[in-house]
Design a protein around this ligand. Structure first.
Ligand code: ATP
Length: 899
């Protein structure tokens, strides 16, 4: 029962790491009885007398920590003692932790099952995730154990090998390397048992687990229910029933558990985990107020430890579901019964310390934020200082003491463990590593920390490494002219180390550099004299400049190309626009053509203007009725009806119903009328021509005809009229503009062949301002007005004809005149005139309409006529179309100019 309820501890017990020196009791003096450690007693401990006996009896044991006195003998002795006092072990965590490997000891103690007593089990989920991750990422181990189990080979993962050219490293000199499949008991037997045995014999010692986060420190130290760790195994051994004769039965053991943590990663704190936890303070190497609990058996000890660990600061990180956030220290002090006090006083101060350090971690791996990040800084700093202290353990004699002291002062942990770190007491280090490829950097860092304690051998320098070294050597040689490397003092070195520890991502580069430096030392120097170097340097500069010039040229070309490309784009755009425009224009042209009825399927009427029987127009001297044909209005009206669908033909007719009816036939020589139509027209024209020619004797102008310039004079279409007062006018457009003014007898609808007088006028242009060619044909003579030529008396007849009111009666059907383009021979006179001046074309009626209307002088047009014909004219004017108005205006202006 006693073991289940441990006796109350005194409120404050100071545990001194360095016990008072004891002097052996001299046989003459009766040494005062030392007060028994009554930590379990409720009474306050009696004030002990000054331990003069202890001091006097103090003897430096054979394996005592080395003194600082630097002599050759003492140095070698101290080295030996350090070597004896320090053992370094390595344990490799399995890639995938075994199923039973949990930290929970609740299995053993049902009452504590609900709560984790030992470090918590990772939740199933986490373990599954971890397993998956491990399977995925850590399928390859980067640490391999040698056969003799004293060295390991650390191989970088392939990407690092390729990118950073890192080679495998062999770390030798371990006391023992525990492979991934090693068991807790195996580790205990080989590593901890010697410590425990020595402890039981009165020799203090310490076991410290050091390694990156999640590497198995806590697992190794505390273990799980299935796999108890070093602490429970040690307790089992300690409380193992001793033989009856042994003095062990009378011994008592006191447990004290505390942690060093940092509040929000800032100030360090010491927390007693066995009590309700007020903060403790440290005086030199002793912790003031730390409670010691007397334990009588294993169960009691485990219970106490279990409860204490529940109070320990842990947190979940990406690397470990239950990561330790503090350095946890368990002290097992061996006490003695009061009865045995006389015989075994020295063992009173024997302490076995087991330290579970918080694992160094990288932010990248743990994903720590905020407070966790501050914690992790603290953890990393502590482990760094610890590592530095370890480093200086072997080298401290070469270094000034002050520098060494600084390391210890930097952390409560190192201050507390100073005796161990100075090699004064026996210390065993267990390094734990994770062998996954992604853990390579962590493992490498840890092993280098421990390197002072072991030989580090690198794999053979291969060609590639040589290359690397040579390259760097080459660079170094160049830099030789620059200030040489600064020698760093230990403080600077420690700062560098600190930097490395803080920024572990950069670690490898630094390490890499160091490795390379080491390699560099081994490398045979390159045989480069200064000439060669100069040459190379010059070549290098030349090439560099050349490359720069090339680069700038290429850049310029690139810019030019861009400009050219943009121009091309613009041109393409323009081209596209032009194409669309041309397509549109083509369409318009087609549309215009479609209005032309010159297609084959069009009837004869499409190319020939037929002036209907009922169409009558009267040409008056001052007010001819002009009929112009709109493209879309082939027929004018009931009185002035003209059938035509050919827009290229302009027909003019003056007719007055009820008066002389004359047929007005307007033909376009450019009309591509259907052949049959053409034949018909041609025939009729030929007939007409012959008729006209047969009436050449007529001296008066009876008809005006505009002929095509291509038309031969013989083939000119002429209108023959006997009566000069009744001309018919035929106007064709385009190239020719034929005015055919001819006369037929009213009602007959035929050309009056018997007319004695038949005159004709050939005019080239309708435009009043244009040059006019007028040909007159009289009885014996023909008159023609060349462009620009003033009309003379000879042509007065023609003028009379144009200005005098003449009635023209047009009959349609029979008076068809057709001048096919192919058959019309050019009029030489017309040709000559064209050569001199470009020919004006007769625009379609509609355009003329617009133009003429705009330029029409209304005043002139509306001028009241004084003659008697005025009323009649007014009546006829009402019937005028716009085309007729424009033609009238045209003729009038021509007349004006002529006059
Ligand atoms: N040798 C091993 N065999 C089986 N499982 C192990 C072994 N070592 C560690 N583990 C498991 O790995 C996980 C992490 O181990 P542990 O908590 O001991 O790491 P740690 O070094 O203490 O980490 P931290 O420094 O963050 O506290 C635990 O679940 C533990 O059970």
């Amino acid at each position: 029962m006693e073991s289940k309820s441990p006796p109350r501890c005194p409120s404050s017990v100071t545990v001194r790491r360095n016990p008072y020196r004891k002097a052996r009791a001299t046989p003459l003096t009766n040494p005062p009885q030392l007060p028994s450690h009554s930590t379990s007693s409720s009474k306050l401990p009696p004030i002990s007398s000054f331990p003069i006996q202890d001091i006097l009896s103090e003897e430096i044991p054979q394996n005592a920590p080395p003194t600082v006195t630097v002599t050759a003998a003492s140095q070698s002795r101290s080295q030996d003692s350090i070597a004896e006092n320090l053992r370094v072990y390595l344990r490799i965590r399995p890639l995938v932790p075994l199923k039973g490997s949990t930290k929970n000891v609740g299995d053993q103690n049902p009452s504590s099952r609900t709560k984790n007593v030992w470090p918590q089990n990772p939740s199933k989920k986490d373990s599954v995730r971890e397993k998956k991750n491990s399977k995925k990422k850590n399928n390859e181990s980067c640490v391999t154990v040698s056969e003799d189990c004293h060295s390991v080979t650390l191989s970088p993962p392939l990407p690092l090998q390729e990118s950073k050219r890192i080679k495998s490293e062999v770390y030798e000199g371990f006391s023992y390397v525990f492979s991934a499949d090693s068991t807790q008991s195996e580790v205990y037997e080989k590593m901890v048992n010697p410590l425990v045995e020595d402890f039981l014999k009165g020799k203090s010692g310490m076991l410290a687990a050091l390694g990156p986060t999640g590497s198995g420190k806590t697992h190794t130290v505390f273990g799980s229910a299935r796999e108890p760790g070093m602490v429970p195994l040690a307790l089992q051994r300690i409380f193992k029933p001793a033989p009856a004769c042994s003095s062990q039965s009378s011994r008592r053991f006191y447990l004290s558990i505390f942690e060093i943590c940092a509040e929000r990663g800032k100030a360090e704190r010491i927390c007693d985990l066995t009590s309700d936890g007020q903060d403790l303070s440290m005086q030199q190497s002793a912790i003031k107020g730390l409670q010691e609990v007397l334990v009588h058996d294993v169960a009691g000890a485990e219970q106490l430890i279990g409860r204490a660990l529940l109070k320990r600061s842990t947190a979940m990180t990406n690397a470990n579901s239950q990561s330790s956030r503090s350095q946890c220290i368990i002290n097992i002090r061996r006490g003695i019964d009061s009865s045995d006090a006389e015989t075994d006083e020295q063992s009173n101060s024997t302490v076995l310390s087991i330290v579970d350090l918080a694992g160094a971690e990288r932010e990248k791996r743990t994903g720590s934020q905020g407070t966790r990040l501050a914690e992790s800084n603290f953890i990393n700093n502590t482990s760094m200082v610890f590592g530095l202290c370890l480093r200086s353990l072997l080298e401290h004699q070469k270094k000034p003491k002050k520098a060494l002291q600084k390391h210890f002062q930097n952390s409560l942990l190192t201050r507390y463990l100073r005796d161990y770190l100075e090699g004064k007491k026996r210390m065993t280090l267990i390094l734990t590593v994770k062998p996954g490829e992604e853990d390579y950097l962590d493992a490498s860092y840890l092993l280098r920390q421990a390197s002072p304690f072991m030989k580090i051998k690198f794999t053979n320098i291969e060609a590639q490494s040589n290359l690397l070294c040579n390259k760097r050597q080459f660079q170094t040689t160049f830099r030789a002219e620059q200030p040489k490397r600064i020698k760093l003092g230990s403080r600077d070195a420690s700062m560098i180390e600190g930097k490395i520890a803080r920024d572990e991502n950069r670690l490898h580069d630094e390490e890499d550099l160091r490795i390379c430096n080491a390699k560099f030392k081994n490398c045979t120097p390159l045989n480069l004299n200064s000439d060669n170097l100069m040459k190379r340097e010059r070549n290098h500069q030349i090439m560099q400049n050349f490359a720069k010039a090339l680069w700038s040229v290429l850049k310029q070309h690139n810019e030019k190309l861009k400009v050219a490309e943009s121009e091309i784009q613009i041109l393409k755009e323009n081209l596209r626009n032009e194409k669309t425009r041309s397509i549109e224009m083509e369409k318009e042209l087609n549309n215009l053509r479609s209005f032309c009825t010159c297609s084959k399927e069009n009837s004869v009427a499409s190319t020939i203007v037929k002036v209907g029987e009922n169409f009558e127009s009267t040409v008056h001297s001052e007010g001819h009725t002009f009929c112009s044909f709109d493209e879309t209005k082939p027929v004018l009206d009931s009185s002035n009806r003209i059938n035509s669908e050919c827009s290229s033909c302009l027909r003019i007719c003056d007719s007055t119903p009820g008066e002389d009816h004359r047929n007005v036939k307007v033909l376009s020589p450019n009309c591509n009328c259907s052949p049959e139509n053409g034949d018909l027209v041609r025939r009729q024209q030929q007939d007409m021509s012959s008729q006209i020619l047969s009436h050449k004797t007529s001296s008066n102008l009876s008809g005006l005809e505009c002929i095509d310039d291509k038309q031969e004079p013989d083939a000119l279409v002429r209108s023959s009229e006997a009566d000069v007062s009744s001309p018919s006018i035929c106007v064709s457009n385009e190239n020719c503009q034929i005015f055919q003014i001819h006369e037929s007898f009213p009602g007959t609808g035929n050309i009056h062949e018997d007319s004695s007088e038949s005159n004709y006028v050939v005019a080239e242009h309708l435009d009043p301002k244009s040059d006019v060619k007028v040909s007159t044909s009289g009885n014996d003579s023909s008159a023609s007005v060349e462009p620009g030529q003033q009309l003379g008396e000879k042509n007065e007849d023609l003028l009379d004809l144009l200005v005098s009111p003449k009635e023209v009666k047009h009959t349609q059907q029979q008076d068809l005149t057709y001048v096919p383009e192919t058959e019309i021979r050019p009029d030489t006179s017309c040709n000559s005139s064209r050569k001199e001046k470009p020919k004006r074309r007769l625009l379609p009626a509609s355009s003329i309409l617009v133009r003429e209307i705009s330029t029409l002088d209304a005043d002139e047009f509306d001028k009241p006529r004084g003659d008697g014909v005025g009323n009649k004219l007014a009546a006829s004017e009402r019937q005028r179309t716009q085309g007729s108005i424009s033609l009238l205006r045209l003729l009038k202006s021509n007349l004006h100019s002529l006059v």
